[in-house]
Design a protein around this ligand. Structure first.
Ligand code: AMP
Length: 549
């Protein structure tokens, strides 16, 4: 027996009724984003690996060990072959080269060239001389020959299939149908590209910002995304290898106000509103400033010096980080290391005046808007282009993986991936963790349908059964089209089974038997109250919607 295939470790299926909760979260997020003038961006699920190496940082755990990366192998580059062949042959054809003919969606391009002698040559370019290409070319040549002989012209039509040849000087062959197969020397393979499933979405958004020159609009770009991200982490509750993030970025040229502390505060205030509207109570906003990259470089050295005498008492990771990337020591969760880390110098004392002012302005705006926060001196992002404000929203109900979302300013990111100066601030929220938090607060109860239609048939009388089932579908259609949610039973069910099924999924049952069909009066039973009512079919939709709760 073959083994049963299962969802890959770290991935999972989302099923109803939980998916209803996912939809509600996404709908709430979209509605909140719209009120703050954010528009949706959808970037590809995979990108060039270099984007993440530069946009997230080679030093990070994400890039150094958690990415799903593969080599997208060498591929035949037809355009390159065409342009090289055109160049080698342009004298034969004068200026008018490469007019496309016989082009359909399902066949490769057959190109028509007119020689200096007025004759036509139909050329197809391919990776190898396949029968398929020869057939396509053969039919195109025959069609053209027929056309020419009809017009009485003396033009000649030949067919030529051009394929790459790894060695120079290979001879042109002629097929039985008179088609030339020309091996054309050269390497026409596009070199392989390293691709990666996106581990996060900010790099992709900034890449798109640069690629589409969004900065040239002079406007602030407020973009949000909802989508899957992929990291090869050790799976546990709240940590998956495919997970979904809801995130947003505010990015633009400095002239659009992208550096203003007001932007930071507005994003944080929006997040507080979003979590409140999602029904997430008891969140904590932790905030810090990591200053400019110069501040961070200075702090890094201060930390390195402070760690030197104590690192040997710390965990293995910290001992390594104390040398390679001292800032990352602040992320350590090992309980024994905590007193040592708490006693280390704080980054706030290394900030320059501008960064101090920026941070004070963010906090003042949060105070004015009434958004509560706590300062967390250890909230430091270990990358050079993260600047100034960093933050996390945590929730006690999540256990070890307690971060609901994280974010911060990245004033240097666009430049780090080759773009213009485009300061920005953004966040990414773990949707899986939002769902877990909400499930801890409320259970995902499927919403009950307005009605369950129970056709009453006779399983032995096939014609009658077909008739009553068909009538039930017609009734369900009427009710559904009037906006009611309706589940449809089956005429072969016994009445008891219909009642049991209906009670699980709907608030009421509507009985439809031969009598009801004849009389046009239906029996409706409400499960909560136990009342049974006779309702004329013409009034059924309004009866069911009036008493909808
Ligand atoms: P990060 O991009 O690492 O700042 O993560 C932002 C948010 O995404 C976190 O606060 C989590 O809520 C969520 N998240 C990150 N990694 C995972 C994961 N492996 N599984 C589920 N959620 C995750």
């Amino acid at each position: 027996m073959s083994s049963t295939l299962k969802a890959v470790r770290g991935t999972r299926d989302l099923l109803p009724p939980e998916t209803a909760l996912w939809n509600r979260i996404e709908a709430t997020a979209r509605a909140v984003f719209a009120r703050y003038n954010f528009g949706e961006i959808r970037t590809p699920i995979f990108e060039d690996t270099g984007l993440f190496a530069r946009g997230v940082g080679e030093e990070t755990d994400i890039v150094s060990k958690e990415m799903y990366t593969w080599e997208d192998g060498e591929r035949f580059d037809k355009d390159l072959l065409i342009s090289k062949w055109n160049l080698a042959n342009h004298e034969r054809f004068g200026a008018a080269i490469g007019e496309f003919v016989h082009k359909t969606a399902s066949t490769p391009d057959v190109m028509q060239y007119e020689g200096n002698d007025g004759n036509w040559e139909l050329v197809v370019f391919g990776a190898r001389p396949s029968a398929e290409l020869l057939n396509i070319l053969g039919s195109a040549v025959s069609a053209d020959r027929a056309l020419i002989s009809k017009s009485g012209s003396a033009k000649q039509v030949t067919g030529r299939l051009v394929v790459p040849s790894p060695t120079p000087g290979a001879l042109i062959e002629t097929t039985n149908d008179g088609i030339l197969i020309e091996p054309f020397f050269g390497n026409f393979n596009r070199s392989s590209q390293s691709l990666t499933l996106r581990p996060e979405n900010t790099a992709g958004v900034v890449r798109a910002y640069i690629e589409h020159k969004l900065g040239e609009t002079g406007q602030l770009q407020k973009l949000y995304y909802i989508g899957s991200q992929f990291r090869r982490e050790r799976p546990q509750k709240g940590r998956y290898r495919q997970f979904s993030q809801i995130g947003a970025e505010v990015i633009g040229p400095p002239s659009a106000g992208s550096e203003s502390p007001l932007r930071d505060a507005e994003v944080l205030e929006m997040l507080a509103t979003l979590l409140d509207e999602l029904g997430i109570t008891g969140w904590t906003l932790e905030i810090n400033s990591v200053g400019s990259s110069a501040d961070r470089a200075r702090y890094n050295e201060i930390l390195r010096a402070a760690l030197a005498p104590v690192a040997s008492q710390m965990c293995g990771d910290c001992q390594r980080r104390a040398v390679t990337n001292p800032l990352r020591v602040l992320d350590c969760k090992v309980p024994e290391d905590q007193p040592i880390i708490d006693a280390l110098p704080k980054i706030v004392d290394s900030l320059d005046e501008e960064s101090k002012k920026h941070f004070a302005a963010v906090l003042a705006a949060l105070d004015a808007a009434g958004v509560p926060y706590t300062r967390n001196h250890r909230l430091v992002r270990g990358l050079d282009y993260y600047t100034r404000t960093t933050f996390e929203f945590t929730h006690g109900g999540l256990g070890a993986q307690n971060a609901l979302l994280g974010g911060g300013r990245y004033d240097g990111l666009s430049e780090a991936i080759g773009g213009p100066k485009a300061p920005g601030i953004g966040f990414a929220m773990g949707e899986d963790r939002l769902v877990l938090t909400l499930l801890a607060i409320e259970s995902a109860q499927p919403e009950k349908m307005d009605a369950y239609i129970a056709p009453l048939g006779d399983a032995k009388d096939e014609a009658a059964l077909t008739r009553i089932n068909a009538a039930a579908l017609a009734l369900a259609r009427e009710l559904r089209r009037s906006g009611l949610s309706v589940e449809l039973g089956d005429g072969s069910f016994r009445l008891k089974k219909s009642f049991e099924t209906a009670d699980k999924v709907a608030r009421r049952i509507v009985i439809l038997g031969e009598d009801e069909l004849q009389s046009g009066i239906l029996t409706v039973k409400d499960f909560a109250s136990g009342t049974q009512t006779k309702v004329p079919r013409t009034e059924l939709a309004s009866f069911l919607s009036k008493t909808s709760c």
